[in-house]
Design a protein around this ligand. Structure first.
Ligand SMILES: [Zn+2]
Length: 62
């Protein structure tokens, strides 16, 4: 298993990405599907899912 939480740079603009959470949910577990990745620069984002799922989606974008 790879526990690395590092996010690649944005495939659209090269900006830094970060994890955000849907604040409608109070649970904060990484396994709870409330997370998404968003680019700090251009605002590109993934669908909402668990941390491992959004990381994989983000990092696989080309
Ligand atoms: Zn971007």
């Amino acid at each position: 298993m790879n526990d690395d939480k590092t996010l690649k740079q944005c495939p659209f603009c090269g900006g830094d990405a970060k994890y955000e959470q849907d604040l409608r949910f109070e649970k904060a577990e990484e396994s709870f599907p409330k997370w998404f990745v968003v680019c700090k620069k251009c605002g590109a984002k993934t669908p909402v899912a668990t941390i491992p799922q959004v990381r994989e989606r983000w990092n696989k974008r080309v």
